[in-house]
Structures are given as structure tokens and as C-alpha cells.
Design a protein around this ligand. Structure first.
Ligand code: SF4
Ligand code: SF4
Length: 181
């Protein structure tokens, strides 16, 4: 049969020579290749102690933002969950009670909001879909966990701490430069 490329080699079953039978030259050749790698530039990065530089538009761990007054922006409309191709987002909506206006910006809020980081493909469609500018991806790499359940991030891991706000403006300025002017 005619081969598709010219890369194929015809295999010939020929007698091994004496040198091939004793394997020594092949072993020495292999060890020389291994030794030569000791003197080459190392590509391995000792993560997490050492981190590779990442692109300004890197899509990492999500954050649920608060507004200027510290209220949660998310109104549990579900658009991010509908847009998510990996079905990684789930939520339970609740009505804001009287006296909770300082906690939630809208009359409806997410009582439960979860993202399964193992399902997520970090496509960023959730932040594109959000009409409230409530969810953003950050440049934080999702940390390593030891059990699958710990990768289901709830509001405790997603909502930004009130005293430790997460600045997403740098990544957004690269993502949508025309909106920064
Ligand atoms: S980044 Fe993409 S896959 Fe991940 S939660 Fe958002 S929409 Fe879903
Ligand atoms: S994060 Fe945005 S899109 Fe998703 S439920 Fe909240 S307000 Fe709606």
C-alpha cells in the first residue's frame, strides 16, 4: 500500500551484530544523553515556590465583587450559570430582607453560589454574561487541594473579603482597553 507520508521506515529482521548483542554501546549512549541534560538549562519550575510569569489576561480563580459600599453585587439572576459551557456554576437565590440593604445591593441575592473548579475551563464566559459586574476572573491560580469536594468553591472562597478588596482593573484594562479611555 502507498504510504501517506515518506516518514515510514521499512523494518528488516536482520541478525544483531556482536556490539548490539552486548548492549554496552547502547547503554553508554543512553547515559551520555542523560549526562548531557545535567548541563542544559532546566525547564522545570519549582511551583509553588517559583511561579512562571503569566499573561496580563490570564484567567484564574473567580471573585464575586462587592460595590463601593461593600454590598454584594450579585443578584442571582443565573445568567453566568446559563452561559457556562461546563455547567460549573450553581446558585440558590433569596429575597433580601428588611435591614439587609447594607449586605446586598439588589433585592435578590445569591444565598448559595458555588463554582466547581474541577469542571471550570476558565473560559471567562461567566464574566462576559454578568449584567451586574459581579463576577470576574482574576490572575490567581486555583490552589492545589487534596480532596475533590474542596474544589467546589462557595461564597466563603468567592466573595471578596470586605477589608481585602481584589483589584481586577489591571486585567480588565488589558481585556477591554477601549473601555478604559
Ligand atoms: S470561566 Fe467558563 S467554565 Fe468557568 S465558571 Fe465561568 S463560564 Fe463556567
Ligand atoms: S454573578 Fe452576575 S450573572 Fe451570575 S448570578 Fe450573579 S449577577 Fe447574575
Amino acid at each position: 500500500m502507498q504510504p501517506l507520508t515518506n516518514r515510514s521506515k521499512q523494518v528488516v529482521q536482520k541478525e544483531m551484530t556482536f556490539m548490539e548483542r552486548i548492549y554496552l554501546p547502547a547503554i553508554l549512549k543512553g547515559m551520555a544523553i542523560t549526562l548531557s541534560h545535567f548541563f542544559k538549562k532546566k525547564n522545570t519550575v519549582q511551583y509553588p515556590e517559583v511561579k512562571r510569569p503569566i499573561a496580563p489576561v490570564y484567567r484564574g480563580k473567580h471573585v464575586l465583587k462587592r460595590d463601593d459600599q461593600g454590598r454584594e453585587r450579585c443578584t442571582a439572576c443565573g445568567l453566568c450559570a446559563v452561559a457556562c459551557p461546563a455547567e460549573a456554576i450553581t446558585m440558590v437565590a433569596a429575597e433580601r430582607e428588611k435591614g439587609e440593604e447594607h449586605l446586598y445591593r439588589e433585592e435578590k441575592y445569591a444565598a448559595i453560589y458555588e463554582i466547581n473548579q474541577l469542571r471550570c475551563i476558565f473560559c471567562g464566559l461567566c464574566e462576559e454574561a454578568c449584567p451586574k459586574e459581579a463576577i470576574f476572573l482574576t490572575d490567581v491560580i486555583t490552589p492545589v487541594e487534596t480532596s475533590r469536594n474542596e474544589f467546589v468553591y462557595g461564597k466563603d472562597k468567592l466573595v471578596e473579603p470586605i477589608n481585602q478588596r481584589i483589584d481586577v482593573s489591571k486585567r480588565q484594562s488589558w481585556r477591554m482597553p477601549e473601555q478604559q479611555s
